[in-house]
Design a protein around this ligand. Structure first.
Ligand code: FAD
Length: 320
């Protein structure tokens, strides 16, 4: 296995790749927790990204791709390997078809579609992060997900760059084939949207952003919802029987409902808190650690398991 110094020298020789060593990942995550990555590199060039992956593979170094870091919990010990970010963010529209680089901020894509009078992504306004990760986790809000507009995804499968059509991406609620193949890297996507009135779309998006900013203040160190909501039809019978009908929305029971029943609201461990107004929202008060965050998540899962006999599943992704 190559040493960090050897790998740094190798990566530094790749054109258009910015490389650093011993980079604190807390600065790359919205939670603001996490120790250093041995190596960190980013680029807007697909070619440079692939060369970096090749170099990592040849040197026996584990690569890990991140985007905007809004859905990550990085260990306090950091990451022993190479953290990579792909920043290619080209955006183009041709009629109803839009192509976007994985490194484009999702909000930029949403605004771009609205400005072009294209309907389909306006309810995703205000979801932080980049487009690649939005596809990876099939991000969505207000009953809609990005998968409804995606027609094709271009990605690297470890051997070659290829494309999958929507029905091959296995999109379901906050899931995709990319989550099942964590080594795959999304580079770009094509989307198809329907023409609509630009002003009306803007009004919808602005209203949503206003509500979101109240729930998730822009400076809050958090990941949005920690746990996925649950499909009523997939709950164990005993748990389903305990859920009142008015807690169910579009066939789903919010994870927050279960968390509220076990007293999650306002819980605290170190400087990690559960919001007093939202049981599925954990945030870092400023001095919290990843260890505290993980422990509090485990405590919440244990309480829900003991009371309802079901396992909450994290939406947030762990590194290290
Ligand atoms: C305040 C707040 C509100 C939120 N609200 C919502 C919401 O309403 N709906 C929702 O769905 N989410 C929500 N989220 C979660 C988060 O914004 C989304 O999951 C977002 O898509 C993550 O994007 P990111 O670029 O920050 O990804 P990161 O956090 O950097 O990474 C997330 C995962 O994606 C993988 N990944 C990143 N880039 C790529 C790539 N190019 N190819 C393959 N894998 C990749 C990473 O390996 C990691 O596993 C919210 C988060 C916050 C902080």
């Amino acid at each position: 296995m190559a040493t960090t110094e050897e790998m740094h020298a190798h990566l530094a020789a790749i054109p258009n790749l910015a490389v650093s060593v011993d980079v604190p990942l807390a600065g790359y995550t919205r939670f603001g927790v996490g120790g250093p990555a041995d190596l960190y590199a980013e680029t807007s060039s697909e070619e440079a990204f692939l060369e970096a992956l090749d170099a990592a593979r040849a040197g026996g170094i584990a690569p890990m791709v991140i985007g905007g870091g809004t859905n990550l919990i990085v260990s306090d010990l950091g990451y022993r390997g190479l953290v990579l970010r792909y920043r290619g963010d080209d955006l183009r529209a041709e009629g109803k078809r839009v192509t976007v680089g994985a490194g484009a901020e999702l909000q930029r894509l949403v605004d771009f579609c609205i400005d072009h009078g294209l309907q389909g992504l306006e309810t995703l306004a205000g979801i932080p992060g980049w487009t690649g990760a939005a596809i990876y986790g099939n991000a969505g809000a207000y009953g809609h997900s990005i998968s409804e507009c995606v027609t094709q995804v271009r990605f690297f499968d470890g051997e070659r760059v290829r494309a999958l059509a929507n029905d091959e991406c296995r999109f379901t609620y906050r899931e995709s084939i990319f989550k099942q193949h964590k080594e795959w890297i999304i580079f770009a996507a094509a989307l198809t949207l329907e023409p609509a009135d630009r002003g009306a779309l803007r009004t919808i998006a602005d209203g949503i952003v206003q509500v979101r900013n109240e729930k998730f203040p822009v400076t809050m160190r958090c990941a949005g919802s920690i746990f996925k909501n649950l499909l009523l039809r997939e709950l164990p019978a005993g748990a389903a029987a305990m859920v009142p009908a008015d807690a169910v929305r579009e066939g789903k029971v919010p994870a927050a409902w279960f968390l509220e029943q076990v007293g999650a609201k306002g819980m605290q461990l170190g400087d990690i808190h559960v919001a007093s107004y939202h049981a599925n929202l954990l945030y870092n008060g400023g001095r919290g650690t990843a260890a505290e965050l993980r422990s509090l998540i485990q405590e919440l899962k244990a309480r829900v398991r003991a009371r309802f006999g079901l396992d909450l599943e994290e939406e947030v992704q762990y590194i290290g």
